[in-house]
Design a binder for this molecule. Structure first.
Ligand SMILES: [Zn+2]
Length: 391
């Protein structure tokens, strides 16, 4: 089948895997929310990253997803603290060896050049469309001065990507942009939780893309994943792994989460004797995880389906394995039974990256040591004690 496409993934957090396994987005005042995403990950850990931390986190996160059959991704690393950090992120994406969109998002500190460095980055690294990497402009509407980021992105011809989350109080700003006619087919909206019907209609009419991270949205209180809204409006959509500090980045988890959620909501209506929407099928889920992501990232001319003329981003899955044999239904086997252990072989643009269970071209032991060293530095610099058995 075609390789999976992950709509958005914060790869810089690879060394922070599961540090926020029980976490929610922001502090709601309860004792268990003292460790929350906004304060711990964004305001503490992310502040101390050096360019070399960015690099190894990007490489490891990328190789780990190649291992899981994810041949394309948008990396959203809010870690552009200096041009050197940005270059390290891009070199890390390149070194991993798969298709990737750099989501050029914000950074912090005196040396941060966001969003003004966008032109240099585009001209230096993305002057050719004949490569595995491309670029989107991060344009977060919860940050002051977001209008400039939108302007810079559009002047440079870069698609606009942003998180749209009701939890952060974004609805009034989002509504204002909707009614001002600012939405376009160049917009990539992440989550779209807690938004008004007016904004949804404007987004659909504009041909904007929505990427949902169902497990993360349910786990971390972003709000109800808007899968039914997307289906009702007939929008193009994709699945996003989002953050590995809280949830795994494989697409099997993504597909099963969104499919069981949609069917649970519809089935509950059916049980109540009410009208209910069409149940999502395994083929629908598979499309979200492949061609849906490719369309959102504007790489569907090259990938996202097994089509003559596209690049060979292809994965081979083992249908003889103990957890899936005997093979009775191809799409059903992938979506309802398989996991990353079934990903046998992976090709990106015709190059073999994983062969019969083994990653090629990377020394995994060396990468892991470097990632652990980065983790140790990041924890120490942020003043956070490592604790394997934190309650
Ligand atoms: Zn995100």
């Amino acid at each position: 089948m075609p390789g999976f496409i992950d709509g958005h993934h914060h790869q810089f957090e690879t060394c922070l895997r599961s540090v926020l396994a029980d976490g929610i987005l922001i502090n709601d005042g309860r004792p268990e929310s003292v460790h929350n995403y906004y304060e711990l990950i964004l305001q503490k850990f992310s502040m101390v990253y050096r360019p070399q931390d960015v690099f190894i986190n990007e490489v490891f996160g990328g190789v780990a997803q190649i291992d899981a059959g994810v041949t394309g991704v948008m990396d959203v690393s809010q870690i552009h603290h200096s041009p050197e950090h940005s270059d390290a992120a891009i070199e890390g994406l390149r070194a991993a060896g798969r298709r990737a969109v750099l989501g050029y998002f914000e950074g912090w500190g005196d040396k941060a050049k966001y969003p003004d460095d966008a032109k240099r980055i585009r001209d230096t690294h993305f002057s050719s469309s004949d490569q595995l990497l491309s670029m989107f402009m991060g344009s977060e509407i919860y940050l002051p001065g977001y209008e400039k980021a939108w302007k810079v992105g559009r002047e440079l011809g870069l698609p606009i990507a942003l998180h749209v989350v009701g939890t952060f109080g974004m609805q009034p700003t989002f509504d204002a942009l909707a009614t001002a006619g600012e939405f376009g087919s160049d917009c990539f909206f992440i989550h779209m939780t807690g938004m008004s019907d007016v904004a949804w209609r404007a987004a659909a009419d504009a041909g904007a893309h929505v990427s949902i991270a169902a497990p993360i949205e349910m786990h971390m209180r972003h709000g109800m994943p808007p899968i039914q809204k997307i289906l009702d409006l007939g929008m193009t959509a994709s699945l996003s792994s989002d953050v590995e500090c809280t949830m795994t980045a494989d697409m099997f988890t993504q597909m099963r989460s969104v499919m069981t959620l949609q069917r649970m909501l519809a089935n509950e209506l059916a049980l109540q004797g009410k009208d209910y929407p069409k149940l999502m099928s395994v083929t629908d889920a598979l499309k979200l995880a492949t061609i849906g992501g490719a369309r959102g990232l504007k790489i569907d001319g090259k990938t996202g389906s097994l089509t003559r003329g596209k690049d060979a981003d292809i994965i081979l899955l083992d249908a003889t394995a103990l957890n899936v044999a005997p093979l009775n239904h191809a799409a059903g086997t992938v979506v309802t039974l398989m996991d990353r252990s079934n990903v046998s072989t992976v090709l990106c643009a015709g190059e073999i990256k994983k062969w019969r269970g083994t990653i090629l071209g990377h020394d995994i032991g060396k990468l892991r040591s470097e990632l652990e060293a980065s983790r140790d530095y990041v924890f120490a610099a942020a003043g956070i004690a490592q604790d394997l058995f934190r309650a």
